[in-house]
Design a protein around this ligand. Sequence first.
Ligand code: SF4
Length: 360
Amino acid sequence: MTKAIEMRIDQLRAEVKDGARDVPGTYQMTSPEGEVIYVGKSKALRTRLLSYFRASYPRDKGARILREAATLTWTPEPSEFAALLQELRLIKRLRPRYNVMMKRDARYHAFVRITGGHTPMLQVVRGAGTDETGTYYGPFRGVYQLAEAIRELNDLLGLRDCKPTLPMFYADQPELLPLPSRTPGCIRHEIGKCLGPCVAAVHQTEYLAAFGVARDFLEGHADAPHGPLLAQMTAASEALDYERAALLRDKVARVDSLQAQLSRLRFALESLSFVYAIPADEPAKARSYVVRRGRVRHEAPTPRTAAERRAFAEAIEAILAPADPAPATVPGHEVDEVLLVAAWFKRHPKELERTTPLRG
Ligand code: SF4
């Protein structure tokens, strides 16, 4: 370590010893060029920050970040939950290169993502990552089972499941230039499992209608679209082809299990709707959060006067007022927040005692 780095680290250590207290909060490390390279949070800032100076270089990631840091700043927050939320918001805004977005929780959860574009598709992804476009359903546990169930759904409805960047052409799409003859991007169209928008084998209205069935199913507006599977299963049994009938039965079971998971999910998301009041040593620092379907929609000091209570109630009414046409969905940019809120109450179930159901 060069003398200059050593002196800089000594200086940062002295600043932490002088100023940081063991309270919840967030901290940021910034490079000499002014780039925020790391954002963290802790329920005991001083202890956490001092631990960086004991870490051994180069084995420890913290020690490596510290060597690059020119400044280390911290901001106390009223609670650990507030610190977690603020950390998430800072990471999303600043995208520091040493932070891996929500690595802890996203690892265990999967989402079904509806892509945009004129030939939408369903994808199974882990968290939103850095792509926050599209609409998400989740979180689900069990990435493998979810991927299998979505594969069945795609096959049943003939939806594409290829690379989103693959060019698609509808049969009724006007073309400005004659196109070279097309070959399907995979065998699914040939074996009857995809309507074939990659080879203009389907009209746009037909593809979007099939996609609408999938969306309605994910939303809970329609039952599993496995009628054709059931018919094939009956036919296979009648033809004494029990092997095929068993195969089809497993497919039906996978789609049914997805349906059951979706309805549990809608219930779980709905149950993450409440006012969460976190007390503080000083009453003025107590904060209340309005959480709806796992997302913090409003936060304010816990109301103490009649006027404050009225303003808080009005904020809740404004949140509840608009009818939600797709209550099971999570917008891409809010996926990480849903994971954070769900993980927080899973790790701290007693905190649910501080919540009260949302009422307009
Ligand atoms: S057949 Fe074409 S559109 Fe369908 S999944 Fe394969 S590449 Fe995609």
